[in-house]
Design a protein around this ligand. Structure first.
Ligand code: IMP
Ligand code: MG
Length: 181
C-alpha cells in the first residue's frame, strides 16, 4: 500500500484530489444557491482552512469578502488540547452574513467558542462550512450548515491539515496508520 511519512508517523491515502474537488464543488453550488442575491463575509480559520478556503471562494459567484482568523486548539500532536486561543481580534461582523470556514471539525470546541464570540457582535447570520467533520468526536450537538464529508474518528493530514506542523502542502488527504511504538 502506498504510504508516506509525515514527521514521525506513516499515512496512507484517504481522500483523493478528485474526490476533494467534487466535495468543494458540491458545497460551492449549495452556497451559491442559498446566498443568491446576498453578500457573504467568510471567516477563514487559520491555519488549517486556508487551502480549502482558497479553492472554495474561487467557486463562489456572489460578492464575498474574506477575513482570516488564527485559532489554535490542537497542540503539536494528534490530541486536541481543549483550549481555544483566538489570536486576532475579530473584525466587525455586525449586520453581515458571516460564514466560518473550517478544514475539519473534531470535538467542535473551536467552533462553539467562535460562534459564541461572533454571536455577541450582532451579525445578520452565522453559518458554518467544513470540508470534513467527525461526528463521533463532537462534544456537543453541533449544527454545521455545509459539510463536504463526515468521517470516523481518524486523524488525517493534507490539503491544509497538519500533523505536528507538517503535511499541509499535500494535495490529497491521508490517514494515519496505527503502528507499533
Ligand atoms: P476541534 O476544536 O476539536 O473541533 O478541533 C478543530 C481543529 O483541530 C481543526 O480546525 C483542525 O485544525 C484541527 N484538527 C482536527 N482534527 C484534525 C485531523 O484529523 N488532522 C489535522 N488537524 C485536525
Ligand atoms: Mg482548523
Amino acid at each position: 500500500m502506498n504510504s508516506i511519512r509525515v514527521h514521525d508517523r506513516s499515512f496512507t491515502p484517504y481522500i483523493s484530489k478528485e474526490e476533494i474537488d467534487g466535495l468543494v464543488d458540491a458545497i460551492a453550488r449549495r452556497i451559491n444557491k442559498d446566498f443568491a442575491g446576498m453578500e457573504l463575509t467568510v471567516l477563514v480559520v487559520l491555519k488549517g482552512a486556508f487551502v480549502f478556503a482558497a479553492d472554495l471562494i474561487r467557486r463562489i459567484n456572489i460578492p464575498v469578502s474574506v477575513e482570516v482568523l488564527r485559532v489554535s486548539s490542537y497542540g503539536s500532536g494528534m490530541m486536541s488540547s481543549g483550549t481555544v486561543v483566538i489570536d486576532d481580534s475579530l473584525v466587525d461582523v455586525g449586520e453581515r452574513h458571516i460564514m466560518i470556514i473550517e478544514d475539519i471539525i473534531d470535538t467542535g470546541t473551536t467552533l462553539v467558542q467562535l460562534i459564541k464570540q461572533l454571536g455577541g457582535m450582532n451579525p445578520a447570520s452565522v453559518t458554518v462550512t467544513a470540508l470534513l467533520s467527525k461526528p463521533s468526536k463532537h462534544h456537543q450537538e453541533l449544527h454545521v450548515d455545509y459539510v463536504g464529508k463526515e468521517i470516523p474518528a481518524d486523524f488525517v493530514v493534507g490539503y491544509g491539515m497538519d500533523y505536528a506542523g507538517y503535511g499541509r502542502n499535500l494535495d490529497s488527504i491521508w490517514v494515519v496508520t496505527e503502528e507499533e511504538e
